[in-house]
Design a protein around this ligand. Structure first.
Ligand code: PMP
Length: 426
């Protein structure tokens, strides 16, 4: 059933480290071989063995309209016919920037990059440039891309000076990264007592990289207040939650407003795009207007901009999409919770708009340490069995799931039925 994927994986491992270009794709946390994908169609994925899956990953979030959406596909094809890249300005960039700026009262300007990693890395440089300070506060379990100063090992929950979690990152580069426990206000306050050199707090306001763990509103408010009191900037990393949790992402749900927002995923609709955005004053520090340097040969790539433009315009023109996605996400997790209860399996579930998460544990996790108490073995078995039945979930309990507009209630009910069968022996 997976013969061709197994062979493809072996061949890939010969020439690509671990057979993949991004580690999570290798299925290390659940074991087994990842299916190699042939094509996508709406809510479905097809692998090279001819297996069909209902796709709850959607390229880790970007494909809010599912695979091969006709409007996005046409925009990409028509734009590509005019040339793939110019390294010169195009009006598409201004148009996409306008679509974003119009939506957020705290944003006047946007700079496009090619990935979420770049967006966050640049936002942090900007925050340091604007404040003239060096330290950054990051939370355990939040992922902000693979740039050096953000790859810091989760600690014990006490505010601590970071140590790198990957070889190849000099300790000197992470010594300015202060690690705090997510949703822990006291811990955060202590950070600001320990250091008077904090340039910014960077946070996933809806964490999607330790499973789905939203920040408490009180916690976000404390982040804002501590930044204001200490001349630091608040950065919302909305690379995942942007245009996913709601039309305005987590920023549209929370009353707390950030100084800088980073975006990715949905604004490229599957093409490589990231962005960071802020008000006029802060963005004025950025080169070529200001002295904080940041650049990219393929930044603002026309094909990527065209894909993002269609995607955002469709979302803005049809905001009811978010109600539909939220209802469907709830239908899925409530169904999973119900069949888990019927089978005496402890399961915690959560949604924010079209994002959903589930944990095999007794109590809803509020931070990274608590996610670590979940039953990972049970998740791995569940994942494999669901895959065999044609349901493609993210391959780790530390990831979030995504609903696309092409998923139907029948798809979701079929998934819940399959989960019920599996949970009888889980
Ligand atoms: N920030 C967040 C919140 C993310 O979820 C991710 C990727 N999942 C990144 C940054 C990094 O984005 P990219 O993989 O495009 O570099």
């Amino acid at each position: 059933m997976f013969n061709k994927s197994i062979k493809a994986y072996e061949e890939a491992c010969e020439v690509i480290p671990g057979g993949v270009d991004s580690p999570v794709r290798a299925f290390k946390s659940v074991g087994g071989t990842p299916p190699f994908i042939e094509k996508g169609e709406g809510a479905y994925l097809f692998d090279i063995d001819g297996n069909k899956y209902l796709d709850f990953v959607q390229s880790w979030g970007p494909l809010i309209f599912g695979h091969c959406d006709k409007d996005i596909e046409n925009a990409v094809i028509e734009t590509a016919k005019k040339g793939l890249s110019f390294g010169a300005p195009t009006v598409l960039e201004t148009q996409l920037a306008n679509e974003i700026v119009e939506m957020f009262e705290n944003i006047d300007k946007v700079r496009f990059v090619s990935s979420g990693t770049e967006a966050v890395m640049s936002a942090i440089r900007l925050a340091r440039g604007v404040t003239g300070k060096n330290d950054i506060v990051k939370f355990e379990g939040c992922y902000h891309g693979h740039s050096d100063s953000l790859l810091v090992q989760a600690g014990s929950g006490m505010a601590t000076f970071g140590s790198p979690s990957s070889p190849g990152v000099p300790a000197d580069l992470t010594k300015h990264t202060l690690l705090c426990e997510y949703n822990n206000i006291e811990n955060l306050k202590k950070c600001f007592t320990d250091s008077s050199d904090i340039a910014c707090i960077i946070i996933e306001p809806i964490a999607g990289n330790m499973g789905l763990v939203p920040a408490d509103e009180e916690f976000l408010k404390a982040c804002r207040e501590l930044c204001d009191a200490n001349n630091a900037l608040l950065i919302f990393d909305e690379v995942m939650s942007g245009f996913r949790a709601s039309l305005k992402g987590a920023s549209g749900i929370s009353k707390t407003k950030a100084d800088i927002i980073t975006f990715g995923k949905v604004i490229g609709a599957g093409m490589p795009v990231g962005a960071f955005a802020s008000n006029k004053r802060i963005m004025g520090y950025l080169s070529p207007d200001g002295t904080v340097y940041q650049a990219g040969t393929l930044s603002g790539n026309p094909v990527a901009m065209a894909a993002g433009l269609v995607s955002l315009r469709k979302l803005k023109a049809n905001p009811e999409i978010y109600d539909d996605l939220s209802v469907k996400a709830l239908r899925l997790v409530n169904g999973l919770k119900r069949v888990a209860n019927e089978n005496n399996i402890p399961l915690q579930v959560n949604t924010r708009g079209s994002m959903f998460g589930f944990f095999f544990c007794e109590k809803e996790p509020k931070n990274f340490k608590e996610v670590g108490f979940c039953d990972f073995k049970r998740f791995a078995t569940f994942h494999h069995e669901m895959l065999k039945k044609g349901f493609y979930f993210a391959c780790s309990q530390y990831e979030t799931g995504f609903i696309c507009t092409k998923i139907t209630n029948e798809d979701i009910d079929a998934c819940i039925n399959a989960a019920n069968q599996i949970m009888k022996n889980l």
